[in-house]
Design a protein around this ligand. Structure first.
Ligand SMILES: [Zn+2]
Length: 517
């Protein structure tokens, strides 16, 4: 008769241990001699009958372990109680009612399921001698996830990448209790609206400025206060300023001088491509501006009459190359050409023969054009081998928002030229600064004057967007709530997703993130 308590979970007394082909069998009984009636609560010692309950347990000494517990049925001690006979419950540290596994095994299975998911978890469990299938793993994870949440009052809604760039879901946080309360499989307005409708306790909804969540909040909880996210508002203002610069690039180039890309130093083919590029840049800026306002791709296609594929490409950040194809064939030989040129070989035909010997497959014209361009370059920019580059729209945005003193002399001069030549950009910059200041200092009284001032200028479409979301923006200036926390939770979610080696299924993520913190 073994009395080694360490073999069985707390609350059970080991009677004996049997070794068989299947592993160890621990025969045990509950340590307590009484049990409380589940109906009236009175303790009883009157045993009615017994039966064997079988529990899978953690492996020991390289063997699978089962515990056979002699479980008792008691007669209720209270004569007036409706419950005549009841089955004793094991202490929670041993096993839950009706469980087929000990609590300590269930805990390990739960963590395994969370960390690895079903199928990989099953393979690993077999190695650990844990008797569980992949379905069991998932079932255990889901059971533990079904924790009832308190009714939320203030929620933050944001999207999250299920699969980066491909599939997005929605993350919802309880902003008062600072925890994730749900993950939804997509970011469709209908899905989110249905979720909100089912939770009448929600009074405040913090969300970004995407059209989808505005619609969802308005339909799902029309009476709730919507708060536009302050961080997104700041971002949107900066993006609107950048768009304003992009749309003014032609004027900026004219002001700074021909040194952006001097069309006279380009070959014919490049010149065609360059003017095409300028046109494309303007188209891109227009498409991006619409996308920033949250206009759906379908609608952008309709308004710009560009193809759907093209619009998608631009929105994703493609299509920014200046010269394509033509220079590519020569690219690997540029170093070679450069060396020959520096060594004094200035004849197109002679240069072509040399690169041809080095493996260049293209025609004489390509090399001759390169030589012509090179000659012009040296004539127009004495002392420098490469043409100077004008600042990009992004650089201009940065320099226009930096104190003049902090800029280099050249940059300061360039900025001065741009600001004199394109005063609308200065106005746009000042409006953006005012907007940022208003958000940071929560000056709700400044909102209407700002909109009035911004409507006619380069930030007009951004101002229009603000008007459309006026209540949300006003709430952002008056309410204490912000979605910043949701963004933080989103980071946590990304981390967990990564730990799960990309095998993250929605329900497992939910289980892992929604459980008691
Ligand atoms: Zn009773």
């Amino acid at each position: 008769m073994g009395r080694d308590l360490s073999l069985a979970p707390c609350g059970l007394v080991v009677e004996r241990v049997e070794t068989g082909a299947a592993g160890l069998l621990i025969v045990a009984r509950p340590a307590l001699t009484t049990a409380a009636c589940p109906t009236c609560g009175s303790a009883s010692t009157r045993i009615h009958s017994t039966y064997q309950r079988s529990l899978a347990d953690l492996p020991a000494q390289g063997r699978a372990v089962r515990i056979s517990v002699r479980t008792r049925r008691f007669r209720c001690a209270l004569p007036t109680c409706g419950q005549r006979i009841f089955t004793e419950r094991l202490v929670a540290t041993a096993a839950r009612p009706f469980a087929r596994r000990t609590t300590r095994l269930e805990g390990i299975v739960h963590h395994l399921g969370l960390a690895l998911g079903g199928r990989p978890g099953q393979g690993f469990a077999r190695r650990l001698l844990l008797p569980v299938s992949k379905d069991t793993l998932l079932r255990v994870v889901r059971r533990h996830a079904a924790a009832p949440a308190e009714a939320p009052r203030v929620v933050g809604i944001d999207d999250w990448a299920f699969k980066r760039g491909q599939r997005y879901g929605t993350i919802i946080c309880d902003l008062e209790r600072r925890r994730i309360i749900d993950l939804l499989p997509d970011r469709e307005a209908a899905t989110v609206a249905a979720w909100l409708t089912a939770r009448p306790s929600i009074a405040v909804i913090a969300r970004d400025r995407g059209a989808g969540y505005i619609q969802a909040a308005s339909e799902g909880r029309p009476e709730a206060i919507q708060v536009a996210d302050r961080w997104h508002l700041m971002e949107n203002a900066s993006a609107a300023f950048l768009t304003a610069i992009q749309r003014s690039m032609q004027a900026v180039r004219n002001a700074v001088g021909a040194d952006v890309i001097d069309p006279t130093v380009l070959s014919c083919a490049e010149r065609r491509q360059h003017s095409g590029w300028l046109r494309r840049e303007e188209e891109n800026a227009a498409i991006l501006a619409l996308a920033k306002q949250g206009v759906a791709i379908k609608e952008i296609v309709r308004r710009t009459s560009k193809s759907r594929g093209l619009v998608r490409q631009v929105v994703r950040g493609g299509r920014t190359d200046v010269f394509r194809s033509r220079l590519c064939s020569l690219d690997p030989f540029l170093k070679h050409l450069d060396m020959d040129w520096t060594n004094g070989c200035r004849n197109g035909a002679a240069l072509w023969r040399r690169v041809k010997a080095a493996g260049f497959a293209g025609g004489l014209r390509v090399v001759a054009e390169w030589a012509t361009r090179r000659r012009k370059e040296e004539a127009t920019t004495p002392g420098s081998a490469r043409p100077r580059k004008a600042p990009s729209a992004r650089d201009i945005a940065r320099m226009m928002t930096t104190e003049r003193d902090a800029l280099s002399k050249t940059a300061a001069r360039t900025m001065a030229i741009i600001e004199v030549a394109v005063p609308a950009l200065v106005t746009a910059r000042d409006l953006m600064d005012r907007f940022h200041g208003m958000i940071q200092r929560r000056m709700s009284a400044d909102l209407e004057p700002w909109v009035t001032d911004a409507m006619p200028g380069l930030l007009g479409s951004f101002a229009k967007g603000i008007i459309q979301d006026r209540a949300g923006v006003h709430a952002a200036l008056t309410q204490p709530w912000s979605n910043g926390q949701t963004e933080g939770q989103n980071t946590k979610l990304k981390l967990v997703k990564r730990q799960m080696y990309g095998r993250a299924k929605l329900d497992l993520l939910r289980a892992r993130l929604l459980g008691p913190a």
